[in-house]
Ligand binder design. Structure first.
Ligand code: ADP
Ligand code: ZN
Length: 434
């Protein structure tokens, strides 16, 4: 179901007119209320009167994660503190956490984005939504909560962790949809097997998964073990949290709620705006946000905007499944590769589990970066015969070489030996930075 056809199915002219009006208003607001932005805009020599069309957004300077860190805690506030109703912080995956502050209106926009997201996965006011994203400063829990509330659905606010109880509640309260990170979805399925719970017999129809990179292969795996449709959902604290972009039933790319959060793709080296279809860094301008609005925020996430219209009827543009974060891109002997590409290949190989870790280090002799892929052997794939294990190892190595063009050192590890995650998984351990 399309939650808000008026906004989600606008003609592109009407949408662009709305975006432009909101952008212009934002630039004026921010110039007058946030000294940090007044300085930034003055330094760039742009005034709100220079914004004559949506394209003129390219005249505005970028905002970076460092800007957010340097202005911690409240340096980017655009309203009096008394108007702030809630604060959140990023998980701090890549360093100091950053802050987002929400007014009542910002919470409404967030709820709206999440109501559209859950509707995209088929939820209605009749749905029973088990929210297994963490509640707290992390935006996952509250974001889903607000969206489900807007839908009028039943919410089970269980948060992440306590896996056995998750499964019991899914069964007892007949949850239809659950939300969590893809790695937690996998872990829950594994626990269910151990508990002897047949998750395919539950009442689940869909899962909304996000907050970390995952591959198409992982989606297939999750859909297979759970017997549900798994939808990719995207968001980040700096912009609002989950609800920024979501998949519809077509399951190809995520519709950006671009009447609220305006996306651009740029060349991360030059800052030049790229046309739809070209891959680069995703940038957002929060055109309606009041608490901590941001101009051209560089997410460091890599994707492209899908140029074709979606067959679902929504006209909002879609971003392709994320390739990963710029920070996570590995350069192995000159070949660029994202962990999600390695994952995608790995899940298609028999005898191993989709549990893995990539250890990156610098060889002290050659001074070249080396990556070791630690892969968990499945119970079925495990053998006491060294030659069988050697065969499996060579097989993985050859497949990686032929599919991705990279030579990885492969280390097979015992079943269940790689850490499990109930929130965001840590897949890459970079020893060069330790
Ligand atoms: P942190 O940067 O500390 O992890 P957040 O908790 O706000 O902060 O997480 C936002 C980030 O999580 C995004 O910038 C992106 O890198 C990642 N992310 C969120 N959803 C997805 C998704 N569906 N696919 C890939 N990555 C995602
Ligand atoms: Zn669609």
């Amino acid at each position: 179901m399309i939650w808000n056809p008026e906004k989600e199915c606008m003609s592109s002219e009407a949408l662009q007119a709305l975006q432009f009006a909101r952008l212009k208003n934002l630039v004026e607001r921010i110039y007058n209320t946030v000294p940090f932005y007044k300085k930034k805009l003055d330094a760039a020599g742009v005034k709100s009167s220079d914004i004559q069309s949506l394209k003129d957004i390219a005249k505005l300077p970028f905002t970076t994660k460092d800007d957010l860190r340097e202005t911690y805690p409240y340096g980017l506030l655009a309203v009096p503190e008394a108007e702030i109703m809630e604060i959140h912080m990023s998980s701090g995956t890549t360093g100091t956490p950053v802050v987002g502050a929400y007014t009542a209106n910002d919470l409404d926009d967030w709820s709206e984005g999440m109501a559209r997201t859950l509707s995209g996965a088929g939820a209605t006011h009749n749905s029973i939504i088990q929210n297994s994203f963490g509640y707290g400063l992390f935006t996952g829990g509250m974001g889903v909560h607000y969206g489900a509330r807007k839908l009028g659905a039943t919410i089970i606010p269980i948060s992440s962790g306590n896996t056995q109880k998750q499964l019991v509640l899914m069964r007892d309260f007949k949850s239809n949809l659950f939300t969590c990170t893809p790695s937690y979805a996998l872990y829950m399925a594994e626990q269910a097997k151990e508990m002897g719970v047949d998750i395919k017999q539950l009442h689940l129809q869909a899962a909304c998964l996000g907050a970390e990179p995952w591959s198409e292969g992982m989606r297939e795996e999750i859909q297979k073990v759970w017997g549900v449709k798994a939808y990719d959902i995207y968001g980040l604290t700096e912009i609002t949290g989950p609800g920024v972009a979501f998949e519809c039933e077509v399951q190809y790319g995520m519709h950006v709620n671009e009447d609220l959060w305006y996306p651009e793709i740029i060349n991360p080296e030059t800052g030049e705006v790229l046309p739809d279809g070209e891959k680069g860094e995703l940038v957002f301008t929060t055109i309606t946000k009041q608490g901590t609005p941001l101009i051209r925020y560089r997410t460091r996430d890599i994707t492209f905007i899908i140029p074709q219209k979606c067959s679902c009827g929504r006209t909002t543009r879609r971003i392709h499944r994320l390739f990963g974060r710029n920070d996570d891109m590995l350069i192995i002997r000159g070949v660029n590769v994202f962990p999600s590409q390695i994952e995608n290949v790995l899940v298609s190989i028999k005898g191993v589990e989709p549990n893995y870790q990539i250890i990156v280090d610098r060889n002290p002799h050659t001074h070249l970066d080396e990556a070791e892929l630690q892969v968990e052997v499945s119970q079925e794939g495990f053998s006491d015969e060294t030659k069988d294990m050697e065969k499996l190892r060579n097989n993985i190595s050859n497949i990686m070489k032929s599919k991705l063009g990279i030579m990885l050192k492969i280390k097979l590890v015992e079943p269940k030996s790689i850490e499990r995650f109930t929130g965001k998984a840590k897949r890459v351990i970079d020893k060069r930075k330790l």
